[in-house]
Each structure stands twice: as C-alpha cells, then as structure tokens.
Design a protein around this ligand. Sequence first.
Ligand code: CP3
Length: 355
Amino acid sequence: MPEGATLFERACRGVRGERTPVWIMRQAGRYLPEYRALREEVDFLTSTKTPEVAARITLQPMERYPLDAAILFADIMTPLEGMGVCVEFAPGPVIAEPVRSVAQARALRALDPHASVPFVLDALRMVRSELAPDRALIAFAGAPFTLFCYMVEGGGSKDFMEARSFLRAEPEAASDLLDLLGTSMAAYLVAQARAGADALMLFDSWVGLLGPDSYRRFALPVLQRTVSRVRAEVDRPIIYFANGGSTLLEAVAEVGADVIGIDWTLPLSSAVKRLGAQAVVQGNLDPAMLFAPRAELSIAIDAVLEEGAAAAAHVFNLGHGIHRTTDPDQIAFLVDRVRERSARLATDTGVPAGA
Ligand code: CP3
C-alpha cells in the first residue's frame, strides 16, 4: 500500500476504513447545470481536448459533493484517433468509416499516448495538483471488446451485430484488432498513471452481449494481457466494469483486476459468492432509484451497503452511469447517506466499514 493512500485506494486494495468510499459513474456530465453552462460555450470534443476545460469539468462534481474520487473528463473513444480512427460525437460516438475489412483492421496503428493524447495527460496533472490529497483521481480506458464494438459498428447499437458478426466471419483479424486495442489501452493506462492517476478503470460497457464461452475466447485473454502489461509498469489499483456481465462473473474473476464493478441487476452478495470472498466490488445502486422518493431511495442505499458487507471491501457507486435528467440534489442526499450510514455500520460492528 503506497504511503498516504486515500480511503478509496485502500478499499480498492481490500482494506476497509472508517466508512465506505463513494463516487458516481458519469459524475462529470450533463445532469450538472454547471456542466451544461460550460458546454454552451465549448463543444464536447474541444472540451475533452483542452486540458484546462477537461480539468475544470472533472472538478465540478468534486466541488459540489464530498466524493472520494474524481474521474477524468474524457471518453472511452478519445484515444482511438491516435490509432487511425476518426471519431465524432452526436452526442454518442460516430465513426464515419467503421472498420469492416481485414485490410482496414490491419491498417490501424498502436497508440503512442505521449504523441497522440498529450492533452489527457496534461489534464490529469492539472486535476491531481488541484485535488485534495484525501481524494483519489481515476483514469480510464475502454476495454478492448467494447472499443472493438464501436470501431466495427461505427456508433452505438442495441446488439452490435456488425461487430459480433465480424468476430465470427474474420476471427483472426478480429483477434489481431482486439490485441492491438489491448496493447494500446495498456500503454494509455500506464501513461495516465504516470501523469498522476491513482487508480485505473476499464469500462466494458458492451461485453454483456457475449455469452460465457465467447467471453472466454475473445474478451478474457486480451483483458488478462492488458492487466498484466499495466501491472508490469505501474502499481495502481485496477477496476474492471463488465456492464451486463452477470452471466460472466466466474470468468470476470479471472481478469486479474483489483476491483470488479457490478451493474444493478445482481445483488452484491450474489456477485461476491461467484467472484470469491476475497473480491472487492464497486456498485451498484440502480440509477433509476435516484428518481424514487427519498424514503425509498434511503432503503435502497442502505440495502446496497448491507449487500456490500459480503465483500472484502466495497466502493459505493451506481450500477451504471447517472442519467442526464437526474436531480443533482439527489446526489447530495445519496453521498451524505452513504457517508453517515457506512460510518455507523463500521462503528456498530466494531470493524471498519464493510469488513
Ligand atoms: O464523469 C465521468 O464518468 C467521466 C466522463 C466519461 C464520459 N464518457 C463523458 C461523456 C466517461 C467515463 C465516459 C465513458 C464512456 N463513453 C463509456 C463507458 C461507460 C458507459 O456508459 O458504459 C461509453 C460507452 C462511452 C461512449 C459514449 N460517449 C456514449 C454512449 C455517449 C453518449 C452518451 C449519452 O448519454 O448521450 C458519449 C458522449 C459523452 N461522454 C458525454 C459525456 C459527458 C455526453 C456528451 C455531451 O456533453 O453532449
């Protein structure tokens, strides 16, 4: 454990503290009026590419709420341009020339983070220097399969059928592309750690489209290699979020991440049973619960905390990103409730929160 590790970093490494740390997926974004105001002057792409603006947006939720971690304002698609793929946002990602042939896949190049995304590294340095020492800074990357989905499909989709059929029609080219994404994202995460990130997260937003056998064949090996490459270079907790991955958990446990993000469809105690009692979990309040009356919201928050007690340690979060129509006051309420309630649970049981 590095000296001066925050409550959040300690939890990521399986050490419970005086309460359960909390942050919110997509905490820097459109539900915040200050984000919408800033975005009236600067478009999304420009805001991700301008370190001062990205740093400002990253810190917006940190100024409003006593969150335990900041997550850099960027997108999982941000580094793809450096691999030779042009990405626009409308507001979801759009790739005008998706990768649909072996020749196109072979023409892509490995990411050089210092050459292609210096603005991300500068933004991390800025945020780390402004953030209080007891709050952690999370940097992230898209997981190889999820990036593959967008690259081949060309944008969002319900079933990513183009991507999934490419996997079957051209398994060798697909595996090469997944590998290139893996080495590129490993380099990206290492560069982000060296620029000041305290923890590293891999978002596998679409991996729930794979069954366990396909996950083991196409997603798991490249994830394992990505995680080992990062570990060989930097010592930072790694969080892996397999959205929709409730059928994949036994395989997810083999990724080698320190923390497993769980979506809201599975109680945390069931997830822990399948991951093993040594698991550290992150999650998993249903983002829709933030639209419930406070009495019900409170019960749901308490239930997530009690479920999280089954794990070696727990990081409180939603089960997926916050919806843009959420009332920001609900987050103030949630963060206070998690802080108070988990501190009380820790004192009552005589062991640190969630142990
Ligand atoms: O606060 C944070 O979490 C940090 C910022 C962040 C963004 N995107 C900013 C963003 C993070 C971590 C992401 C990750 C991301 N981006 C994922 C993985 C997480 C997940 O949700 O599963 C994915 C799949 C994407 C791709 C993406 N980017 C989509 C689908 C969209 C459209 C979202 C929507 O709700 O319409 C984006 C655009 C995007 N990324 C926005 C933000 C704040 C909205 C852009 C705007 O301001 O108009």
